[in-house]
Design a protein around this ligand. Structure first.
Ligand code: CA
Ligand code: CA
Length: 76
């Protein structure tokens, strides 16, 4: 989620592997893998991120929720 992507939507689409418009736990695990997060805590962190960003509580993070998330964490 750094210089590799010119726009946050590029990052979102890249990690949304099955292109359903939502980042699920597996998508986050892949993101965390690339961020070099230890496999031991990857599942926990993925769970935590979804719980934190999932505003409508459907278990996945959609583009709107992702935008809110990056807006709050200043990763733009
Ligand atoms: Ca997906
Ligand atoms: Ca959601």
């Amino acid at each position: 989620m750094r210089s590799k992507f010119t726009h946050p939507k590029d990052a979102f689409d890249y990690y949304d592997q099955n292109k359903d418009g939502e980042l699920d736990k597996d998508d986050f695990k892949r993101l965390l893998k690339e961020a070099k997060v230890s496999p031991i805590i990857r599942g926990l962190v993925a769970e935590f991120m979804i719980q934190t960003f999932d505003a409508n509580e459907d278990g996945t993070v959609n583009w709107d929720e992702f935008q809110t998330a990056i807006g709050e964490t200043d990763l733009k």
